[in-house]
Ligand binder design. Structure first.
Ligand code: ADP
Length: 540
């Protein structure tokens, strides 16, 4: 059989998807001729200017592989290959020239690269969220990162809160890829989305549904949203944590006819699930911090309370010790004189001075008795053993009886006691004996310590509480001594000329407290003092 080599060569080039041809190239003239081409080559070369393309390549002696993007979207790969043809004309080169349709392969590669980029974006934005302490700081950065790697043009996060049964959406993130796209207007966060005609969105989102809308598919009352934002596509994804609606993750896209692929939608939803986790963590942390600070202030308060109690206990302990020390001293002094003068009275010359000694013994004994009575009184008050005997009486009557008792003391000093009864005559239920004891002490102090023609005793009702003031115009008491004088055995300027034990005011204060009242002192040095006994109406 006689085989035609030309047909053989042609046949060898067939049966392949890629287009194959053989060129002869005139090196000096920089011209070429396609000697032979297969069927596939014929269909692939249509639709682009092959002549011009090859001319340029040969002229530049550039035999590298090159991609050609045809207007119909096809991507072609062109390559030159070796073809040995020693019998050919001497000034010519022979080479294979192939065209391959790589559209699918190229698209797949691009898709993989895009997806990798997308996933990288998601991973890095989630990483930002993990690393940041506060979601409010991390979120804008994380979502911007996401935006950068995806097809979306702007992103926002609206934090949801229900205040007084009203939906409130606060803009936490408002980012865009470039400044050519508008941001969400800030005033939207104060608007009621139902009033804006977007209530359907909120309703759906709260039930966990995603909203994916394009301008053409929006309802008439929603259209304004697209007109104002100039966006083509809107994607709203609810941010949830265990079915609790926490906010909305929104994306806008401005490119026309560019739908969001289903797989990408799933990725955006995954991001929103992650966000739910972080937003909830932020809420929990804030709550925890609130608890922590209340706990801290509570501990601080308790510590202060404890320190105060400790201080009070220490003070009470010191006072008791002081009291005991004083008491033994105060008791020993009159006892010494009693014993001393009793001894003297036994001496022969006692006749002359006996009477005088007897007087000393009498005074010493009385002082001792007074002191022991007062100490016992104080002990009773302090140990809570004191009994209250309630009667109902008019305070002005009690004041008058008390005045009768101190009148001799005032007379002895040539002093007058000016009494002002209450304007309103009302009865009081309390322990009249205890009140009298307090008044006796305050009035006799006023007489004892003041050298002024008169002291004042005022009795008045202020609403339902009774106030009895004992006022003198004597030496007064300095501010620093005003608290001290209520402590046991405290006597100011004690030069022994004025009789006293230093127990009267402690007893009076103790009694007033036991009656549910207080004694308040206002005094100024050189001006006089005002001791005010305040009592509620009824003491049970
Ligand atoms: P006493 O009068 O027995 O010394 P008190 O407890 O009644 O004891 O009084 C304590 C001290 O307070 C007195 O020693 C005196 O120095 C001072 N004091 C009390 N009342 C007055 C007053 N009206 N004016 C100035 N000092 C007073």
């Amino acid at each position: 059989m006689d085989l035609d080599p030309w047909s053989l060569l042609k046949a060898s080039l067939e049966g392949d998807d890629s287009g194959t041809s053989i060129l002869s190239i005139d090196k000096s003239a920089k011209k070429f001729e396609i000697i032979i081409k297969n069927q596939a080559f014929l269909s692939l070369e249509s639709g682009f200017e092959l002549e011009g393309f090859l001319c340029k390549k040969i002229e530049n002696s550039d035999f590298s592989t090159e991609l050609i993007y045809k207007t119909n979207g096809t991507i072609l790969e062109t390559s030159f290959g070796k073809f040995q043809f020693p019998e050919g004309e001497k000034n010519k080169d022979y080479t294979k020239f192939c065209i391959k349709d790589i559209t699918t392969k190229q698209r797949q590669e691009e898709e993989i690269a895009w997806r990798l980029r997308f996933e990288l974006g998601v991973a890095s934005s989630i990483q930002i969220l993990i690393q940041q302490h506060s979601i409010r700081e991390g979120l804008p950065q994380a979502l911007y990162q996401l935006l950068y790697f995806t097809e979306m043009d702007s992103v926002f996060f609206l934090k949801y809160e229900s205040i007084d049964n009203k939906d409130r959406l606060q803009i936490w993130v408002n980012e865009r890829k470039t400044t050519k796209y508008p941001l969400l207007p800030q005033e939207w966060q104060n608007e009621d989305w139902y009033d804006l005609g977007l209530g359907r969105w909120i309703h759906k989102l709260k039930r966990g549904k995603t909203i994916y809308l394009t301008q053409s598919k929006a309802m008439p009352r929603e259209k304004w949203f697209f007109e104002q934002t100039k966006a083509e596509t809107l994607l709203l994804i609810p941010v949830l944590f265990e079915n609790k609606f926490l906010g909305i993750l929104g994306f806008l896209k401005y490119k026309k006819n560019s739908p969001i692929q289903q797989e990408n939608l799933l990725i955006y939803q995954t991001v929103s699930r992650w966000m739910g986790l972080f937003v909830q963590r932020d809420i929990d942390l804030a709550e925890l911090n609130r608890y922590k600070s209340t706990l801290e202030s509570l501990i601080l308060e308790r510590t202060v309370d404890l320190a105060k109690t400790k201080e009070e206990l220490e003070r009470a302990y010191r006072a008791k010790t002081e009291f005991l020390a004083h008491m033994s001293h105060e008791l020993r002094t009159p006892l010494n004189s009693i014993i001393g003068f009793s001894k003297l009275i036994q001496l022969p010359e006692s006749d002359k001075t006996g009477k005088e000694y007897l007087n000393y013994i009498y005074t010493g004994g009385t002082r001792l008795l007074n002191m022991i009575n007062e100490i016992l009184n104080l002990m009773k008050i302090e140990s809570g053993q004191i009994k209250i005997q309630l009667t109902t009486f008019r305070p002005e009557d009690l004041c008058r009886q008390t005045l009768d008792l101190v009148q001799p003391q005032a007379n002895a000093k040539g002093m007058e006691i000016r009494f002002r009864p209450p304007l309103q005559s009302k009865s009081l239920t309390s322990d009249s004996g205890k009140i009298q004891q307090i008044l006796l002490n305050l009035i006799s102090n006023a007489i004892k310590y003041a050298n002024h023609p008169y002291v004042e005793l005022d009795c008045e009702w202020i609403d339902d509480s009774l106030e009895i003031s004992v006022r003198d115009f004597g030496p007064g008491i300095s501010e620093e001594d005003q608290i001290r004088i209520f402590h046991t055995f405290t006597r100011l300027n004690d030069d022994g000329n004025i009789e006293g034990t230093g127990l009267g005011l402690s007893i009076s204060q103790g009694l007033a407290i036991r009656l549910g009242g207080t004694i308040e002192l206002t005094s100024q040095l050189g001006q006089g003092s005002n001791f005010k006994l305040k009592l509620p109406e009824i003491i049970k």
